[in-house]
Design a protein around this ligand. Structure first.
Ligand code: KG4
Ligand code: ZN
Length: 340
């Protein structure tokens, strides 16, 4: 019997320090240290993120190894996020990965974070067993990216639509900030929106050609709306929080879904996946499911733990690269921007 392939993966692109261990494609451990230090600033503070990564990385890796039950000597390769992301954050994870791989004398694998969000659909664990077949479309929606990707194979991905300004996650977070909610605001808008009327307030949607998105106009429109209403009634936000959250969420999801439907029609693809932090949004997950019935789509929605940043997605991508002998060298550098 051949030796199992065990990948230890590190993710540190933004404000989560994460480590996962995967054995022959099956997840053994998935640990994450979230950084709460940013909540009070209304967004990620890059320098604080780098420092927190430095503090968290050894304990997180240690926990993941212990939980996986593997011996360090059994690890086949170290995978790490090369980019895109914050340079200071990426440097912590990549330096750790390089040193670990060098110390153990095993190969190093670099991973594109956005590719990994999509390949999260192939993680196999007790709760996550169904993966899309190729070709499929993936709406990747995170704090930094909004893309519609045509996925023909594990590493054959083409961006067919993307945002020309803010990302969908940013639209959620900025709307939350305007309402004085802490960072990250996306999950809070989702939480309050569940109890509100999505049609109570109307916001203008952008008219963009092709499959591209824009969210900056919506943000300005939302800010003007809140400013006008609070000038009339200083308690407007607190008195209408659920309806405001439901309405802005509904608008963002309509913008996303309308482009996704066009992409599905243009490509004649009915295998539709979502990925990235915003794919945790309950209204987006529901909207996708509704189209399963209406448009005969087969939809793929990741488990919550694989939507937002995690190292399991880096590990599965590293595993597929290991099978192709796709290794990198010790002189590799992180990339703040890294196209698919
Ligand atoms: O993928 P991710 O964890 O990090 C990046 O690569 O950016 O995505 C983070 C983004 C944040 O903007 C956060 O507000 C958003 O995902 N997010 C959500 C929800 N959970 C996370 N947005 C809306 N609804 C949610 N439930
Ligand atoms: Zn991400």
């Amino acid at each position: 019997m051949s030796k199992p392939v065990i990948i230890l993966a590190i993710e540190s692109s933004c404000d989560d320090t994460a480590c996962a261990v995967i054995k022959d494609g099956i997840l053994l451990a998935n640990k994450i240290a979230n950084q709460h230090v940013h909540e009070q600033y209304g967004g990620v503070v890059p320098e604080l993120a780098s420092r927190a990564h430095q503090q968290n990385i050894v304990p997180v890796v240690d926990l993941a190894i212990k939980q996986s039950g593997i011996k360090i000597s059994e690890i086949s390769a170290i995978a790490f996020t090369r980019g895109p992301g914050l340079m200071g954050s990426l440097l912590v994870g990549s330096s750790f990965a390089k040193a670990f791989a060098m110390g153990l004398g095993i190969p190093l694998i670099e991973v594109n974070h956005m590719q990994a969000h999509i390949l999260a659909h192939f993680i196999k664990s007790e709760s996550h067993t169904q993966s899309p077949s190729f070709p499929f479309l993936c709406l990747t929606v995170s704090g930094g990216h909004t893309q519609i990707v045509l996925v023909k194979d594990y590493f054959d991905m083409t961006v067919i639509g993307e945002t020309i300004d803010d990302a969908a996650g940013e639209a959620f977070d900025k709307a939350a900030k305007i309402m004085n909610l802490p960072y990250p605001g996306g999950p809070l808008i989702d939480k309050y929106g569940t109890f509100g009327n999505p049609l109570q307030f109307k916001f203008t949607k952008p008219q963009l050609p092709e499959l591209n998105f824009s969210f900056s106009g919506l943000k300005t429109g939302f800010m003007n709306f809140i400013n006008n209403e609070t000038a009339k009634n200083p308690d407007f936000v607190s008195q209408n929080l659920n309806d405001i959250c439901a309405s802005i969420q509904h608008t963002i999801i309509e913008i996303l879904m309308s482009k996704l439907k066009t992409a599905a029609l243009q490509t004649n693809i009915k295998n539709i996946a979502i990925a990235g932090g915003v794919s945790a949004n309950s209204a987006l997950r529901k909207a996708l499911k509704e189209n399963e019935k209406q448009l005969q789509w087969k939809t793929f929605i990741p488990d919550f733990q694989y939507c937002t940043d995690n190292a399991a997605m880096i590990a599965i991508t590293g595993y597929f690269k290991y099978l192709k002998n796709d290794f990198t060298t010790q002189n590799i550098t992180p990339l703040a921007r890294y196209a698919l």
